[in-house]
Structures are given as structure tokens and as C-alpha cells.
Design a protein around this ligand. Structure first.
Ligand code: SF4
Ligand code: FES
Length: 249
């Protein structure tokens, strides 16, 4: 395949940045999108030019690092992570535009790399359970109905990639936060900090500069893990119930 890449190049978080165009040849349809970028970087290295910086780790759709905005969509044309996107989703002769996530709370560090530590701080504020360490409990010692276990598991599949923020015109982190709140609020192990957790995580989300929910559902439409909007409804219920009971104390 022959391609033309329009790639966002930005030296650092002070630089204004801009697009640079690179022609690329000999790309196999079976390559992943990141392997295609590896080919570009080998070319740039051979020419003594600065390679394009982009984030990745697992390349298996697990870590959530590969945050690229491709042809105006987070993670590109398929509802998958960029590392699981293959060049067969594009055609010979295509022009592909590649940008970093755009959100105030995710400042660009260099080229396509953004700082997503705002998500880490939201998790640190309350996305954990306090447990007594010790031996592994016997299976079925804490009975949890299968439907609840399944729903909690679905919420727990959020990989923290940030595509929901990138897709939202308000750069809202509601889908991410709702998944992290839901996975613990539904399980017995998450009950101790249930109210405190949701209040702290929502406060941290606001402090990081994420916008309000638009109710358009762009986040769920682009989420590579299929995190459902029902989690946002649950987050709202959890939050209001926590606020009301705190005010009554
Ligand atoms: S909710 Fe989906 S899009 Fe948002 S961080 Fe989690 S996996 Fe990524
Ligand atoms: S590199 Fe880990 S999810 Fe893409």
C-alpha cells in the first residue's frame, strides 16, 4: 500500500505544533497501525530525522496507552484500540491524518504523546478498596449474583485509554469515572468506601479540568471496550445519593 500520512509534530508542551506530511510506501495490509508507524520511524531514523513519538505498551488492546486520533476519530475507523487496528481498514492511496488526544486535561508532551496522569490522580482519589491482606479466600465465600458479577466485570474492562474524553466535545471523563465507580459500587468489597469514593473521584475529575457530560453518547460510541452509558446513569445515582446522605449527617 502507498499512503500519505499527515502527522501532528510538536516538540514539547510549549511548542505550537503543526502537521507534517510524509509519503509512505510498501505497507502491508496485515500490519497493525503501530507497525505502520514503526516503518515511518525507521525511514526517519535512516534519514537522521526525529522519529514520531507515540505511546504504546502492550500492543494487545490491554494497557490503553496507544492514544491516537486517526482521521478525526479516537483509535481510528474501528471501535478498537489503535494497536488492534490493522492497515486493511484503509485503502491503497489513502491520506491518513494522525493527531494526539485533544483535551485540556491531557496536555501534549511531544508529537502524539499526551500526559494522561489526570486519570491516575482520579483513581488515586478513590478508585480502590481497603482490604485486609492475608490468605486467598475460598471460592464462593462471598456470594455475588451472576448478573451483578457480570455487570461489575464489564465495567472493570475499562482500560483507561481516554478515547471517551477525546471523543467528547466537552472532553468529559464521565464514562471512565463511571466505569471505575461502578465496578466497585456493585460488589460487596466496594461498600466500605462507596460514598466517599464517588464524591472524591467526581471532585478530582472536576479539579483536573474535564468538562461536563454532553449526554450525546459520543464516548460510548468510540469506547474500544464497549463501556455502556448505563454506568454514567449509575454514577449520577451514586453521586446524588452520597451527597444527600452526607448533607443529612
Ligand atoms: S471508558 Fe472506554 S474509552 Fe473511556 S477510558 Fe475506559 S476503555 Fe477507554
Ligand atoms: S498498546 Fe496497549 S492497548 Fe494499545
Amino acid at each position: 500500500m502507498k499512503l500519505t500520512l499527515k502527522v501532528w509534530r510538536q516538540k514539547n508542551n510549549k511548542d505550537k505544533g503543526g502537521f507534517k506530511t510524509y509519503p509512505l510506501d510498501g505497507i502491508s495490509a496485515d500490519m497493525s497501525f503501530l507497525e505502520m508507524l514503526d516503518v515511518l520511524n525507521e525511514d526517519l531514523n535512516e534519514k537522521g530525522e526525529d522519529p514520531v513519538h507515540f505511546d504504546h505498551d502492550c500492543r494487545e488492546g490491554i494497557c490503553g496507552m496507544c492514544s491516537l486520533y486517526i482521521n478525526g476519530k479516537p483509535h481510528g475507523p474501528k471501535q478498537t484500540t489503535t494497536c488492534q487496528l490493522h492497515m486493511r481498514s484503509f485503502s491503497d492511496g489513502d491520506t491518513i491524518t494522525i493527531e494526539p488526544w485533544r483535551a485540556t486535561a491531557f496536555p501534549v508532551q511531544k508529537d502524539l504523546v499526551v500526559d494522561r496522569s489526570a486519570f491516575d490522580r482520579i483513581i488515586q482519589s478513590g478508585g480502590y478498596v481497603s482490604v485486609n491482606t492475608g490468605g486467598v479466600p475460598d471460592a464462593n465465600e462471598i456470594p455475588i449474583p451472576k448478573t451483578i458479577a457480570d455487570e461489575a466485570f464489564d465495567a472493570a474492562t475499562c482500560i483507561g485509554c481516554g478515547a471517551c474524553v477525546a471523543a467528547c466535545k466537552n472532553a468529559s471523563a464521565m464514562l471512565f469515572v463511571s466505569a471505575k465507580v461502578s465496578q466497585l459500587a456493585m460488589l460487596p468489597q466496594g461498600q466500605v468506601e462507596r460514598k466517599e469514593r464517588v464524591e472524591k473521584m467526581v471532585a478530582q475529575m472536576d479539579a483536573e479540568g474535564f468538562g461536563a457530560c454532553t449526554n450525546t453518547g459520543a464516548c460510548a460510541a468510540e469506547c474500544p471496550k464497549g463501556i455502556s452509558l448505563t454506568n454514567i446513569a449509575r454514577l449520577n445515582r451514586e453521586y446524588f445519593s452520597a451527597i444527600v446522605s452526607s448533607e443529612n449527617v
